[in-house]
Design a protein around this ligand. Sequence first.
Ligand code: ZN
Length: 83
Amino acid sequence: MTRHMHDDGQLVERRVDHDYVVHHSDDEPGLLVVTRVPALVCDVCDEHWFDDTVGFALSRLLQENEPGPGEIRTIEWFEVHAA
Ligand SMILES: [Zn+2]
């Protein structure tokens, strides 16, 4: 996990909404939004990072739910792990 550091900032655990934009060559991009994902958030600039387990689950989620052109999909993180 790559983190940056702000001199006066710290990383706090928080739930975030994470957006993936999927580009389709000749068409509109699709958007997948995963809500309430556990992350570490920089309290200065609001950038966020995921630990390896969460990052891996997210990339698999994206593969399985890839949005088509112009499509917007929203998945709640909780639903993913309740299955
Ligand atoms: Zn920052």
